[in-house]
Ligand binder design. Structure first.
Ligand SMILES: CC(C)(COP(=O)(O)OP(=O)(O)OC[C@H]1O[C@@H](n2cnc3c(N)ncnc32)[C@H](O)[C@@H]1OP(=O)(O)O)[C@@H](O)C(=O)NCCC(=O)NCCS
Length: 200
């Protein structure tokens, strides 16, 4: 995957970080599991007791997916470039996302296969510097290279940061999903977002 060092400006005034996006390898499992668990779970309070187990689960699942070497699957890792002029990379993994092909359900006869994004996360001390935007843009390029026309992903309704990111990137709500947990007020609704891909 090519080095991408463009400087996108951010509305916070902080300059965008220069990152190199590449496919993840087995040596990345440890830092990526740490990044994912710290991005999706709290380490404080009672959660700190289950946190190591959740992290282990994330790490094993990721190991399986990287090993399975399925067609149309990639785990992407964003690596910080310390000196953009020379393109010098650090070993610092600051973001990740997974991209995979999904088949429609049997009853969705008119639907075609599509690309689904999951596990998008950026290290907390590197956020609001354009890293997620860069990862999403790379996913779109990969999906188009694979020949797909649509990208889908889920986001929780109570995740305004991510919803803003996806909204700005052109994703729109396709479905709002409820479960018994949402009816009981124990969980927020899941939104299925969609973006049609266009060749530029
Ligand atoms: C959501 C997340 C991936 C965003 O990563 P990021 O690298 O900080 O995002 P970017 O810097 O590329 O932001 C792009 C745009 O998204 C929006 N955005 C991102 N974070 C935001 C925040 N905290 N508040 C408001 N808007 C935000 C802004 O519009 C931003 O553009 P701007 O900075 O020019 O205003 C990151 O906050 C994260 O890892 N969160 C925890 C895990 C998670 O929720 N993942 C998404 C699962 S669906």
């Amino acid at each position: 995957m090519k080095v991408t060092t463009d400087n996108i400006s951010t509305s916070t005034g902080a300059s965008a970080l220069s990152v190199y996006v590449r496919t993840a390898r087995s040596g990345d499992i440890k830092p990526l599991s740490e990044l994912l668990s710290s991005s999706f779970y709290r380490k404080a309070g009672w959660s700190r007791w289950v946190y190591p187990l959740l992290k282990l689960g994330i790490s094993e699942d990721l190991r399986q997916r990287l090993r399975s070497a399925k067609a149309f699957y990639a785990c992407l890792a964003a690596v910080h470039i310390s000196s953009p002029n020379t393109g010098k990379q650090t070993d610092e993994l600051i973001g990740t996302v997974e991209i995979a092909c999904r088949q429609p359900y049997l009853w969705q006869v008119k639907e075609h296969s599509y690309v689904y994004l999951s596990n998008l996360a950026v290290r907390s001390d590197r956020r609001r510097r354009g890293v997620a935007r860069k990862l999403l843009a790379t996913c779109e390029t990969v999906a188009m290279d694979w020949g797909f026309k649509d990208i889908y992903l889920h986001v929780m309704e109570d995740n305004p940061q991510a919803r803003r990111l996806y909204g700005k990137a052109g994703y729109q709500i396709k479905e709002t999903e409820e479960t018994p947990l949402t009816w009981l007020g124990l969980s927020s609704r899941r939104l299925l977002l969609h973006k049609p891909l266009k060749k530029h």
